[in-house]
Design a protein around this ligand. Structure first.
Ligand SMILES: *[C@@H]1O[C@H](CO)[C@@H](O)[C@H](O)[C@H]1NC(C)=O
Ligand SMILES: *[C@@H]1O[C@H](CO)[C@@H](O)[C@H](O)[C@H]1NC(C)=O
Ligand SMILES: *[C@@H]1O[C@H](CO)[C@@H](O)[C@H](O)[C@H]1NC(C)=O
Length: 621
């Protein structure tokens, strides 16, 4: 139903040397908010062409990841070094040669073709629209966003059939949609920026304890290996925490943290800016950092990956996840930054006030646990774009990093209540469910929200929160570790919807993996305590739990847990979650899915029992 890759067409070529083309990527729809202007691109305009080479052995990533993360594997916890990962997945010399020779035969001077430092991309200097149209058998047009921003793009592109097996994707082509226009005023920012997936639900007279079932953790005894351990929260500029808000929160819940701040790791000029301060800009960071630090306590420093400079950060509605990946893995990023300059940040940034330094490329420290409370709609980006990034999360998992992403706050619909038409266009009121990226990626842990029912306490059974994002991916296949629970879900609780609503093939990745309380959580913003709700609450809380578990393992001379999904779905971990059996996640004009016995696409496996998880993971090798 989405952009179909690999639809083979044969056509007459304009280049005699390449008589046939295979369509590599195409989109029938135009990305949300964008329209094609009735104006072709100027033939002499320069396109920063980049060809992403096929990574060697990428089809074996799934098995290798399971090999180091499944509790039954004899290689459990034996993570790979970055050098091993780089060497194993490095594109082959053959792929580099095939792509180079194709370009040369098509008339590109050899001296203009270069391989990126990470050896994953072939770049062509001074590539023009005219060359791109001829060599990729396409037409470039001017596209314009509803808010004015314009860029060059196409709706499909092709390569010769013998080249296709050697490439993953080519940019800039159809992926221009990820970057919305620069916002012009603060009032726009508030109404347009959907990235903080937390919204206020009520205001309280005074602070009351957060209802996170974690308050009794013996964490002060747990922190033994802080110097070897690391836990990071990701925030995207201009989102920023306010120190005085953190201190008010700490004063109430963890007095020993008053005055303590996370360690800032600035990526691509990321700053904790204080020029723009309001609820929408501060709430996410205040929440994530307050909870993460309180739950791990003062013994374990928290890192803050603050991503993007102010001009780039203010420009987008979607988060530039690639910029973080570029900073952590030098083999993934391209030298001059951004896997796709029309989607991802480009540095040095020529905009006024922009970051003048070089793009961060593999020079920032990885962390054992990385918590991200931001998400895009799956339908916002093309399958190849998401697959490439998902594989990168898998490669970092192979190195021992745990990635935790929120599953979204609009039930079965996407951000802004957008659902999808069969032609791929997103609209409020469209029929198809719209899961979120990157929680849809089978190599990350996607987490949702539950709630304590009115009149109940934290010790009573919870329900799934109606806002919680969940469902099945239209892009990613069902991973092995999830097969059993998804099979049982369909056997006993098949949803009352057909393929006109969601991918009901029973072969699609299910979301989320598990959940924690995310409704009426206390946070301080603008000097006041308020209650907020959202799946944004889940990554920092779960990240803190995994960090404490890593602490115990590191203290015992073991490795961090790394990619956790194969473990949490295994038989050994059956008793480690409290099943959630009530609630549903409405959206797209439906009641969504039902939370039922066993795993379900609303609450996942349920809520974690920290003590049990700690015991199980410390017992593993
Ligand atoms: C996609 O389908 C919807 C609903 O039928 C229609 O309104 C819209 O114009 C279509 N968009 C494109 C680009 O074909
Ligand atoms: C959240 O708090 C509000 C205000 O006190 C209350 O009306 C609502 O029932 C609470 N929701 C849950 C799920 O506890
Ligand atoms: C559903 O998911 C499967 C597995 O990823 C995929 O092969 C299939 O194309 C998807 N179907 C649709 C309609 O997206």
């Amino acid at each position: 139903m989405f952009a179909v890759a690999f639809a083979l067409v044969t056509g007459l070529s304009l280049v005699s040397a390449s008589p046939s083309f295979s369509v590599h990527e195409q989109r029938a729809n135009i990305a949300h908010g964008w329209a094609r202007v009735h104006r072709p691109a100027t033939p002499s305009a320069i396109l920063p062409l980049k060809i992403g080479l096929k990574q060697s052995n990428i089809d074996k990533l799934h098995d290798h990841l399971l090999d180091v993360s499944h509790p039954d594997s004899e290689n459990y916890g034996k993570h790979w070094t970055p050098e091993e990962v780089k060497a194993y997945f490095r594109p082959s010399d053959e792929s580099v040669d095939v792509v180079r020779e194709w370009l040369v035969e098509a008339g590109v001077d050899r001296g203009r073709i270069e391989l990126s430092k990470g050896e994953h991309w072939v770049q062509v200097k001074d590539f023009t629209v005219a060359e791109a149209e001829r060599i990729l058998n396409t037409e470039y047009h001017v596209y314009q966003h509803a808010h004015g921003d314009t860029r060059l793009g196409c709706s499909s592109y092709s390569v010769p059939p013998h080249v296709q097996p050697h490439i993953e994707l080519i940019t800039p082509t159809l992926h221009f949609n990820g970057r919305p226009p620069r916002l012009t005023s603060d009032s726009n920012l508030i109404s347009l920026n959907p990235t903080p997936m937390i919204y206020p639900t009520a205001t309280y007279e005074s602070l009351r304890p957060a209802t996170v079932r974690f308050t009794t953790s013996p964490r002060s005894q747990l922190i033994r290996a802080a110097s070897q351990n690391s836990f990071a929260i990701v925030e995207y500029t201009p989102q920023a925490y306010i120190g005085s808000d953190l201190d008010l929160f700490f004063a109430n819940f963890s007095p020993s943290l008053v005055g303590i701040r996370p360690e800032l790791i600035s990526i691509d000029g990321g700053v904790v800016q204080t020029e723009e301060m309001d609820f929408g800009v501060n709430i996410e960071s205040n929440f994530d950092i307050g909870y993460a630090m309180t739950l791990v306590g003062p013994g374990q420093p928290l890192r803050l990956y603050q991503v993007e400079d102010i001009p780039e950060g203010s420009a987008q509605l979607l988060s530039p996840f690639n910029d973080l990946l570029d900073a952590l893995d030098g083999s993934y990023c391209t030298e001059d930054g951004g896997d796709d300059p029309s989607v991802d940040g480009t540095y040095p940034d020529p905009a006024p006030g922009g970051y003048t330094g070089l793009k961060d490329c593999g020079n920032k420290q990885r962390s054992n646990v990385i918590s991200v409370s931001y998400a895009s709609n799956e339908a916002d980006l093309t399958p190849f774009y998401e697959i490439r990034q998902c594989n990168e999360y898998g490669k970092l998992g192979l190195m021992g990093t745990t990635f935790i992403f929120a599953s979204g706050d609009s039930g079965v619909s996407g951000n802004d209540e957008l659902c999808v038409f069969p032609n791929g266009t997103q609209s409020v009121g469209a029929p198809l469910f719209n899961p979120l990226f990157p929680a849809n990626c089978p190599y990350v842990t996607g987490v949702g929200a539950t709630q304590v029912n009115p009149g109940s306490t934290v010790f009573d059974p919870e329900s799934a929160a109606s806002l919680t994002g969940g469902g099945f991916s239209n892009i990613f296949a069902l991973p092995d570790y999830q097969k059993k629970v998804v099979e049982e879900f369909y056997k006993f609780h098949a949803p009352p919807y057909g393929s006109d609503r969601y991918n009901n093939s029973q072969r699609a990745r299910g979301i989320p993996d598990f959940s924690v309380n995310g409704v009426n959580c206390t946070v301080v913003a603008e000097g006041r305590a308020i209650a907020v709700a959202g799946t944004s609450a889940a990554p920092p809380v779960i990240g803190a739990m995994i960090t404490l578990i890593n602490d115990a393992r590191l203290a015992a001379g073991k490795s961090p847990v790394g990619f956790i999904n194969p473990a949490i779905y295994s038989d050994a971990f059956k008793g480690a979650f409290r099943d959630i059996v009530s609630g549903n996640n409405p959206g797209c004009g439906t009641d969504g899915f039902e939370s039922v016995e066993g795993w379900d696409p609303v609450s996942g496996l349920g809520t974690p029992n920290f003590e049990k998880l700690l015991e199980l993971w410390t017992a593993l090798p």
